[in-house]
Design a protein around this ligand. Structure first.
Ligand SMILES: CC(=O)SCCNC(=O)CCNC(=O)[C@H](O)C(C)(C)COP(=O)(O)OP(=O)(O)OC[C@H]1O[C@@H](n2cnc3c(N)ncnc32)[C@H](O)[C@@H]1OP(=O)(O)O
Ligand SMILES: O=CC(=O)O
Ligand SMILES: [Mg+2]
Length: 726
């Protein structure tokens, strides 16, 4: 154990103590005594409640397991009655509307992409904060949205054929989003502003203007020959950048060198599933970056393509309005912070009895204090425009746990002298007990809720774990097309609209998990908005810029009006697990392919988690598609195999043999990483690879893991790894 300090009855890691006193509190009027005394008080009063909530999770799961042991065949009515009898399924509360005051404009008013990023990676986190604005030309040129056919390969040098395809794509988009009163942007040869109107000159010298002149908001440079034209559609800004001397601009008839889209209006700085933080040392990195984002002084220096880069937060963007005033638009996404859930404890601080304190309590306190620098004006930038701290709380099980988070946030406000409801809550709808009681969950946070989001990845893991003894689940891909998931997705939107989210809070949809498959994302992700969501998650700034196009294509507010008239999603579907007991039979090769795929994903993710402390990785599946893997996707894969072992769809020997085979595949996939530590020697897993052992444990001990979570085993093996390598 590292050196410790005792304060307010807590035993605190000495480096963490110094971090709080010297960095976190520096510049705030909050004293060290108030901080540690406040934390000790939170720990004293809230830990017993937290413990009881976890015990209740276990007790409900044990009752559900017993039910399945005693009821081999599926009886929907009986099952529902049983869930009601044990208090898993609760009566919905009377109708109500949320009363959240002062939501951020980016949350309440404009529908737009939401980017998520592991906050412990400063390079990525800064990039994410700056991802409010993204080059559409770069996003298209660099991804498969533009095909490589007909000489349009990406290659190493700039390929003008590809460049022309990009320009054509963008001109067509401009026609949809900024239609002209005659002709097309495809024919444009000049853009200028005359008498406060956008004048577009076409190939045949005709001068036309916007069909809706109100879309023109401002410009940079000279009105007649602007360097940038700022327009707005569906609440999102678009900047058309013009420079006839630029290498790209000079080959464009109208000199357009780029089109910049307002992209990730919000971003989630993640302390949770995309992060590996197992001790005080790791937590300091997480908290320090979040602090730097709030103080505005986070800087990261690195070398990219042989060039040194110094990355910091982007400045606001400045424009001239049509009546000659200079005005600014925020240069950065509005940052949420995602705390960890109620399950884990941290060795950074021990309570008066020497027990690790709950990590969620520490996160709530420290991330709020860091955000007070933003509220106090200690940063040259401003994150919250409504004097709020926006915290996403994951993995809550049912309304009691949401009420507990409300109590926690309220206690933190009290400890820090913040007005009530300063801390807003984003509720991840990602556990089954939350989905089936969603209205009651929202009611438990009605004064501070600012989003509900279908975290379908964790939700799938919980779906498998909860019904572990009910029968064998379908293959992973098939689980996604079963009735439970569409009932879940529909219900989330319907309950959000019914409880008054429109114009106040976000109804969000889940992550696009294939970071390199942008063409597919463009084909599929508009569906989230058509389903009534006003935001959806993307894994990268490039994906945010591309997904922003969907918000121009779909009028989300009109869509939400239509949806509130839809029928209620079926509770029966929501409660029906995706089992294959209806006679679906899998061939031996189907089973092996499923195991290969899951185990490759597990190993590819876990090896970097345990040996390198990387919490989110791109790992190829067996069809060589790079998938975003985090703890939630690991939860699915490990629970899936645990379920198949339980129901003898596959045997232990087969799973072990597949692990051994896939370990060397994963080693070879990582061979170009100089920091990679192989799991195999001479093609066989070594007895001392902790990463390999962790991966096996996640599957073979998967049935016993609380709610199928992966954190306890990942933390255990990572701490062991750190101990051994020190
Ligand atoms: C179920 C859930 O909880 S989902 C929420 C958790 N998941 C996430 O947060 C996903 C976050 N995304 C990521 O971590 C990454 O995109 C990964 C791991 C999926 C892929 O990472 P990589 O393989 O390194 O990406 P790739 O090589 O394609 O791109 C790296 C570049 O994109 C940037 N980038 C990639 N993802 C992000 C991101 N989420 N935010 C900001 N920048 C990002 C990097 O900064 C880097 O650019 P730089 O060199 O200028 O710094
Ligand atoms: O947190 C997101 C999820 O899908 O899980
Ligand atoms: Mg999740």
């Amino acid at each position: 154990m590292n050196a410790t300090v005792t304060n307010a009855g807590l035993t605190i890691d000495a480096d963490f103590f110094d971090f709080v006193n010297q960095e976190l509190l520096d510049g705030l009027s909050l004293s060290s005594e108030s901080f540690w005394g406040g934390l000790a008080n939170l720990v004293d009063t809230l830990s017993p409640v937290n413990r009881a909530l976890l015990a209740k999770r276990n007790s409900l799961q044990a009752k559900i397991d017993d039910y399945h042991r005693q009821n081999a065949s599926w009886d929907a009515k009986k099952y529902r009655t049983f869930l009601e009898s044990i208090g898993y399924l609760l009566p919905p509360p009377p109708d109500f509307k949320i009363v959240t005051k002062h939501s951020e404009p980016e949350i309440a008013q404009v529908a737009a992409p939401q980017l998520v990023v592991p906050v412990n990676n400063a390079r990525f986190a800064l990039n994410a904060a700056n991802a409010r604005w993204g080059s559409l030309y770069d996003a298209l040129y660099g991804t498969d949205v533009i095909s490589e056919d007909e000489g349009a390969e990406k290659g190493k040098e700039y390929n003008p054929v590809r460049g022309f395809k990009v320009m054509a794509y963008v001109r067509q988009l401009l026609d949809k989003v900024l239609p002209l009163n005659a002709g097309s942007h495809i024919e444009s040869t000049h853009y200028g502003i005359v008498n406060n109107r956008l004048i577009v000159t076409l190939n045949d010298s005709r001068q036309v203007t916007l069909a809706d002149p109100e879309q023109l908001i401002g410009y940079c440079g000279q009105m007649q020959n602007p360097a940038a034209i700022l327009v707005k559609h569906h609440g999102l800004h678009i900047e058309i950048c013009i420079d006839h001397n630029d290498p790209i601009g000079k080959v464009d008839k109208a000199g357009i060198k780029d089109v910049i889209l307002e992209s990730a209006l919000t971003t989630i700085m993640d302390c949770e599933d995309s992060v590996a933080a197992v001790d005080a040392e790791d937590k300091i990195v997480v908290y320090r970056n979040w602090l730097g984002l709030n103080k505005g002084n986070l800087v990261e220096e690195f070398v990219k393509n042989g060039q040194p880069v110094k990355r910091c937060l982007a400045n606001d963007r400045s424009y001239n309005s049509l009546d000659g005033e200079v005005f600014n638009l925020s240069g950065r996404a509005m940052m949420f912070v995602r705390n960890v859930g109620h399950l884990m404890t941290t060795p950074a601080v021990l309570d008066s009895e020497g027990r690790e304190i709950f990590e969620g309590i520490l996160d709530a306190m420290v991330t709020s204090v860091a955000a007070m620098h933003d509220l106090s004006g200690n940063s040259p930038y401003r994150n919250s425009k409504s004097a709020s701290i926006n915290i996403v709380k994951p993995k809550m099980h049912g309304p009691e746990e949401v009420a507990f988070t409300t109590e926690l946030f309220s206690a933190v406000e009290c400890a820090l002298g913040l007005p009530e409801n300063t801390i807003k809550m984003g509720i991840m709808d990602e556990e089954r007990r939350t989905s089936v009681n969603l209205k009651a969950c929202i009611a438990a946070a009605r004064s501070r809720v600012v989003f509900i989001n279908t975290g379908f990845l964790d939700r799938t893991g919980d779906e498998i774990h909860t019904s572990m003894l009910a029968g064998a689940v379908r293959p992973k891909e098939a689980i996604k097309s079963q009735p439970w998931i569409s009932a879940y997705e529909h219900q989330n939107v319907e309950v959000g609209l019914e409880t008054g989210f429109k114009g106040k809070a976000q109804i969000g949809k889940g992550m696009w998990p294939k970071p390199d498959n942008m063409a597919q994302m463009m084909a599929l992700k508009a569906a989230h908005l058509e389903a009534g969501a006003n935001t959806a998650w993307v894994p990268s700034p490039t994906a945010a810029t591309l997904h922003a196009i969907h918000y121009h294509e779909v009028d989300v507010q009109a869509q939400q009006d239509k949806i509130s008239r839809f029928q209620q999603a079926s509770l029966e579907d929501l409660l029906t697990p995706p089992l294959s007991h209806d006679g679906t039979s899998l061939s031996t090769s189907d089973i092996q392919a499923e195991l290969d795929n899951n185990i490759q994903g597990i190993l590819g993710y876990v090896v970097r988690w345990i040996n390198q402390g990387v919490g989110c990785s791109k790992v190829p599946d067996i069809s060589h598609v790079g998938l975003m893997e985090d703890r939630a996707t690991l939860r699915i894969s490990s629970q899936h195999i645990a379920n198949w072992l339980e129901h003898k769809v596959c045997g232990e020997e087969q799973v072990l043999a597949t692990f051994a085979k896939m370990a060397s595949v994963v080693d070879s996939q990582n061979s170009s990483d100089p920091h990679y530590i192989a799991m195999c020697e001479l093609g066989h897993p070594t007895a001392d690879s902790l990463a390999y052992k962790a991966a096996l444990a996640l599957v073979f001990e998967g049935k016993q893991q609380p709610n199928g979570y992966t954190e306890p085993l990942l933390h255990y093996y990572r701490r062991l790894y750190k101990l051994q390598s020190n």
